[in-house]
Write a protein that binds this ligand. Structure first.
Ligand code: MIG
Length: 795
């Protein structure tokens, strides 16, 4: 395909390498991020994932020996040889990524039977796929490599040994490990090898494949069914730096409105309005906090998007106003399929303006979804996105607070959209093969922009389908899981890998969507949900009720307990999302993200970190009343319930009766808490609680807390407050110094006081600026209320 290198040209940070048969471009984006581009399919087109590429390449040296072209950045050495073979090493020369130069072929399966060798089903499948792909890139696989990322995939945290595909797919059968595709396509892979992490972002929207040492353990490979070869190598060496690098390219999730972090209740479907009101009333009667209610497809008039069934919902505006007064925000579902129905405004406008995808003869393409015959807006056309964005006002003007985008793979009932369905692609006409994986992405983007323009507030969008970069516009949920223990277990690595793939704001249907949930399963699932960024219980029309009270008293009180805990943690979660807007780091993390030096964390599937401070080891097995917990090395950990303290780097056995989710707090943590409220904004928060777990003697720990109005974009103009908290324990362990300081004051409201909970601390005196401060010792902790300033606590 390429041949020998003939020469090269350099223009600042772009190096064009001329091969006998092709010309490639290597661009140094930053010292740790390199882009490799080969025009296999044709001209370069604007990326759909990367909208603002900031280049800060630093110093680089290029040199060519006649055989090998070497590019040295401040962080990497890239060597290119014939046939566009690339080796990448760190500055010390340790190889990170090496193109595979061997002749290894795919394994074969031998039939048992009479011992006759035969290619098995899978072999044939691989062979036929090979015909479809336009290029395959093979990289040498070292045995001590771990793989993460790839967005929303079934299976375990470490993806080594598996094969996955990127082709957005709605398959309602139970999601199992053998699924190669789901609703989302994020062609971003992280490799961790000898404590060095690096990533590859393959920016192709065509169907693509990742083989992670499945077909041959000597190499891993990436292949695409079309488009140009266009990938970014992103160096760590920490996984954190890789994730931050990837989100520097594709964007981070903007800070959401605070209420979106509250509890959300959904079901297919809360209709008519009496039913919705009944659910709302039950939350308030039972004092189970809830901020959001979702309306699924049955609120619409004959499944016509942007309409209401006026029999079931005679006056949506009044209804939403009434619910708002009770503290409920309503989110409505909007599907892409527009009913083919003359006289229906959305259809008429779409048709008149040529807004729908067409067949190859340029006639509007029709398939079937919920409303029957339906057409598909061509979201790859900026004009269509602008129209769709304007339509959001129809909903927000009635008081709708967020939009839930479903079915945007796009799903269709009469077979999949044919390859040759035509799309405008912002003026570079193309077909379904190129647009399929970004259809949901563009829909979410249009929805985000529409809500922003209509309300001026931070938009809340949930999408099922997405591509790399969708995190800039939308939160995601993982589609139609089922009420199975297997699916609760699966949710953890799936969400952790989504988080590592830039999708910081994500969640699963708590309790499971399909199949009937059990009281025990819901009790355990809500314990996980409380720590997932998007916390929504949702179930299908075909299943038994699944609200927190749908089972028995015990299940209800477990729901209340964990939803309440979630509301206490809101300021902590909000701080995480605020940090994430800059760093791109996920809220729900695999342990290895923070403990990369501890290889025992590399394959932990069933524990998570919620930010740095909280480790959660949920019970994900029916009947289990105890579980093994791994506490990572490098920190000490305090049992959240008993306050017992443990050294990291060990497994412990934790008793976990049904109402106990094992939770551990990292020693030294200072966690901001709100009181439990029925909904965000119910109580004015004049006092912030600081749940403090003192550091080791001689150590200091600190925490930055962020505060703003929780809904507008004013924070971008400086309208926010920052507080710096720190705690220091003296060498003798006899003195604890705590400081509370406002370091940025731009938002008009602030806290009047702080309630300090000093865990595992018995104070004998407390002074602020030498003046004694009253305090209470309660068991093993000390509680006091203070203003900003320096505190001297004698123990
Ligand atoms: O084919 O709108 O994943 O959350 O409740 C089912 C009805 C269509 C699939 C979504 C699910 C939603 C359901 N939808």
């Amino acid at each position: 395909m390429f041949g020998e290198i003939i020469g090269y040209a350099r223009k600042q940070n772009r190096i064009t390498v001329e091969f006998e048969k092709n010309k490639v471009t290597i661009a140094v984006i930053t010292p740790s991020i390199i882009n490799f581009f080969a025009p296999i399919a044709g001209e370069r087109r604007p990326s759909k994932a990367i909208e603002h590429l900031e280049e800060e390449p630093g110093a680089l040296i290029v040199d060519f020996t006649g055989e090998t072209l070497t590019i040295r950045t401040e962080q990497l050495i890239v060597k290119v040889t014939s046939d566009f073979r690339v080796n990448i090493s760190d500055p010390s020369g340790t190889i990170l990524s090496e193109d595979y130069r061997g002749t290894g072929t795919a394994f074969i399966r031998r039939g048992a039977g009479e011992g006759i060798a035969m290619a098995a089903e899978e072999g044939h499948k691989l062979a036929s796929e090979e015909e479809k792909i336009s290029y395959r890139l093979k990289k040498k696989l070292d045995p001590n490599t771990f793989f993460y990322g790839l967005g929303e995939k079934t299976g375990h945290l470490n993806k080594k040994g598996y094969h996955y595909k990127m082709w957005n797919t709605d398959d309602p059968s139970p999601h199992v490990e053998s699924f190669e595709t789901l609703y989302k396509s994020i062609p971003f892979l992280i490799a961790l090898k000898d404590n060095q992490a690096f990533g590859y972002f393959f920016d192709t929207t065509f169907e693509s494949q990742f083989d992670l040492g499945k077909e041959n353990s000597d190499y891993y490979s990436f292949a695409s069914a079309g488009g140009n070869l266009d990938y970014f190598f992103i160096y760590g060496p920490s996984v954190k730096e890789v994730v931050t690098g990837y989100t520097k390219l594709t964007g981070t999730t903007p800070l959401p409105q605070l209420w979106t972090l509250g509890y959300q209740q959904s079901r297919w479907a809360y209709a008519p309005e009496e039913r919705l009101n009944e659910v709302a009333d039950t939350f308030r009667e039972k004092e189970i906090p809830c901020d959001v209610l979702h309306l699924d497809i049955d609120y619409m008039d004959g499944y016509r998007v942007f309409t209401w069934d006026r029999k079931k919902f005679p006056n949506p505006e009044e209804l939403l106003k009434k619910l708002k007064a009770e503290g409920f925000k309503v989110v409505t579902i909007i599907d892409p399929g527009v009913k083919k129905d003359r006289g229906y405004a959305i259809y008429d406008q779409g048709l008149a303006n040529h807004y729908f995808a067409t067949d190859k003869d340029h006639l509007p393409y029709v398939n079937q979804v919920w409303p029957g015959d339906a057409l598909f807006p061509d979201f790859s056309n900026g004009k269509v996105r602008a129209w769709w964005a304007d339509n959001q006002k129809i909903m927000t003007d009635l008081g709708v607070s967020g939009i839930w985008n479903d079915m945007n793979e796009p799903a269709s009932f009469k077979g999949p959209l044919p390859d040759d369905v035509q799309f405008n692609n912002d003026g570079i006409q193309t077909d379904h093969r190129e647009i399929h994986n970004v259809y949901g992405h563009y829909m979410a983007k249009a929805t985000y922009e529409g809500i922003k323009q209509a309300t001026g507030k931070r938009p809340f969008v949930i999408t099922r389908a997405c591509y790399a970069g969708t995190q800039k516009y939308s939160t995601v949920w993982t589609g139609d899981n089922q009420s199975l223990w297997e699916h609760l277990r699966m949710a953890l690595p799936m969400l952790m890998n989504l988080g590592l793939s830039g999708v910081a704001f994500c969640g699963t249907d708590v309790g499971g969507f399909g199949f009937d949930c059990t009281s025990e399963l819901l009790s355990r699932w809500v314990q996980v949900g409380a720590f997932t960024p998007l916390f929504r219980n949702h179930s299908s029309i075909f299943t038994r009720d699944q609200e927190p009270w749908a089972f028995d008293e015990q299940t209800e009180s477990i729901n209340r307990k964990y939803i309440g805990l979630r509301y206490q943690l809101l300021p902590y979660l909000y701080d995480l999302l605020h940090d994430e807007e800059t760093t791109g780091l996920p809220i729900m993390r695999p342990l290895l993200l923070d403990y990369q030096n501890d290889p025992a964390t590399y394959e932990i599937n069933d524990q998570i970190l919620c930010g740095e401070a909280i480790l959660v080891a949920p019970v994900v097995e029916q009947g289990a009343k105890t579980r093994l917990v791994y506490l990572p090395k490098g920190s000490r950990w305090i049992d959240f319930w008993t306050k017992e303290s443990y050294e990291g780097g060990q497994y412990i056995v934790k008793a976990a009766p049904l109402d106990v989710c094992p939770i551990y707090i990292k020693e030294g943590s200072i966690i901001p808490l709100y009181p439990v409220q029925n909904y965000v904004g119910e109580k004015a928060i004049d006092q912030l609680t600081l749940d403090l777990y003192p550091p080791e003697n001689g150590e200091t720990s600190s925490y930055t807390h962020y505060q703003d109005d929780g809904e507008s974009f004013e924070y971008r103009n400086g309208s926010y407050n920052l507080y710096e908290f720190s705690a220091q324990l003296s060498e003798s362990s006899k003195e604890l110094y705590v400081s509370i300081n406002a370091t940025h004051h731009g938002y008009e409201k602030s806290y009047d006081s702080f309630k300090l909970i000093l865990n595992n601390t018995k104070a004998t005196s407390v002074a602020q600026n030498d003046a004694p401060i009253p305090f209470k010792v309660m068991g093993n902790k000390t509680v006091l209320v203070v203003k900003e300033g320096e505190l001297h606590i004698k123990l």
